[in-house]
Design a protein around this ligand. Structure first.
Ligand code: THU
Length: 134
């Protein structure tokens, strides 16, 4: 896998310990490589009202917006966790990626063997609902 993917995945792994996961004990870390070269990380933040939980990917993407980045500023996303198989983003996060990333934005998934799978936002969300066509 290319060095960009490996470096970004390392950043995602480095924040796993910050995840707030008292209910699932399933930490997830995400790292965004912005088009300007900056890296923004996020972790999952759970809630006793489970539906109020925020996934790592959304935490990172919302942080980017909060820091002043406009939509479509993300070059690549890396997602790290503790699952055996490749950890794939949930559908709510995929929809947020559709909103805030380009279809060709790279998404790197990792597994317990520290292998990396590369996909894109468009591959994760075919036929995306991405505009109001009225
Ligand atoms: N989770 C993420 O943060 N990202 C994913 O891609 C999948 C799921 C979180 C949500 C919840 O805190 C925990 O993992 C278990 O679902």
């Amino acid at each position: 896998m290319n060095k960009e993917a490996q470096d970004l995945m390392e950043k995602a792994r480095s924040v796993l310990g910050r995840a707030y996961v008292p209910y699932s004990h399933f930490p997830v870390g995400a790292a965004l490589l912005m088009k300007d070269g900056q890296v923004i990380t996020g972790v999952n933040v759970e809630n006793v009202s489970f539906g109020a939980t925020n996934c790592a990917e959304r935490s990172a993407l919302f942080t980017a917006i909060s820091q002043g980045y406009p939509a479509k500023s993300v070059k690549a996303i890396a997602i790290a966790g503790i699952s055996q198989g490749f950890l794939s983003p949930c559908s709510i996060c995929r929809q947020v990626m559709v909103e805030l990333c380009d279809p060709e934005t790279a998404v790197y998934l990792s597994n317990a063997d520290e292998e990396i799978m590369e996909t894109t936002v468009a591959e994760l969300v075919p036929l995306a609902f991405d505009h109001l066509d009225v």
